[in-house]
Design a protein around this ligand. Structure first.
Ligand code: NAG
Ligand code: NAG
Length: 229
């Protein structure tokens, strides 16, 4: 009886699961090591699998995440990603990793990951982090900001798709590692996408949207939007 109930529950969960994907689809085999398909003509949701007989331990390996990223740039931070583009064995597995280095007062500017939630661990320094909720009907939750100061050993989670940032408020370097719930989380850096697009968005559109004079938009579009992600 107990087993029958478990079986029914399993069927129910399985039947609902197509509507409940919180991360990349589950693999249907042990692994699907990505072939480096930059010249391949076929595109799939993920990357094409390498012949399993040709797979080697190196396909599941990425060295060097002990090395600091170069933070000599306008925002004073650098992200070193380890996703399916750097570690082909991550293909279909629904996870990835990043190292984030911060110079003193460096920022990882407001951005979103369209395909992943992010769990951040601070290893060195002090970070001021936050995210903003979307604009649903519930007025009390509309664009609500959640922030926290983080110290070594602290962990913080940024829900999938929400705009978030990390700011080094200390006089020393800061270091964090982030786990992401996608093999290919994607990054949209807000200012870069809005003011640094190629070609530029019509400034009349942005002046109206941001409710400022067009010369403010001209100024912003003339900046160099450094991309650290
Ligand atoms: C760090 O980046 C800056 C700016 O791109 C560059 O000038 C400098 O040579 C880099 N430093 C190292 C150690 O790679
Ligand atoms: C894939 O190929 C490109 C171009 O040949 C190379 O730059 C890149 O490092 C390769 N990526 C991996 C994970 O081997």
């Amino acid at each position: 009886m107990k087993m029958a109930f478990g079986f029914l529950a399993a069927i129910l969960v399985a039947s609902l699961s197509p509507f409940a994907h919180a991360s990349d689809p589950s693999p249907l085999q042990d692994f699907c090591v990505a072939v480096n398909d930059s010249v391949a003509a076929v595109f799939v949701n993920g990357k094409i699998c390498k012949n399993p007989n040709m797979v080697v331990a190196e396909d599941f390996f990425f060295p060097g995440l002990n090395k600091p990223g170069n933070t000599s740039n306008q925002v004073g931070s650098m992200v070193t990603p380890v996703n399916v583009n750097q570690l082909p064995g991550l293909n279909t597995l629904g996870i990835s990793l990043a190292r984030i280095d911060f110079a003193p007062y460096g920022i990882n500017p407001p951005h979103t990951h369209p395909r992943a939630s992010e769990i951040l661990l601070v290893v060195e320094g002090t970070l001021y982090v936050g995210f903003v909720t979307s604009n649903p009907a519930n007025p009390t939750m509309k664009n609500k900001l959640f922030t926290k100061y983080l110290y070594p050993g602290d962990v913080f989670v940024f829900p999938q798709g929400l705009i978030h940032f990390q700011f080094n408020v200390g006089k020393t370097n800061a270091l964090a590692f982030a786990g992401l719930s996608s093999q290919n989380p994607g990054v949209i850096t807000i200012a870069n996408a809005v003011f640094g697009s190629n070609p530029p968005i019509n400034p009349d559109v942005l002046a109206k949207a941001f409710q400022v004079e067009k010369n403010v938009i001209d100024y912003l579009q003339a900046q160099f939007w450094w991309n650290i992600n």
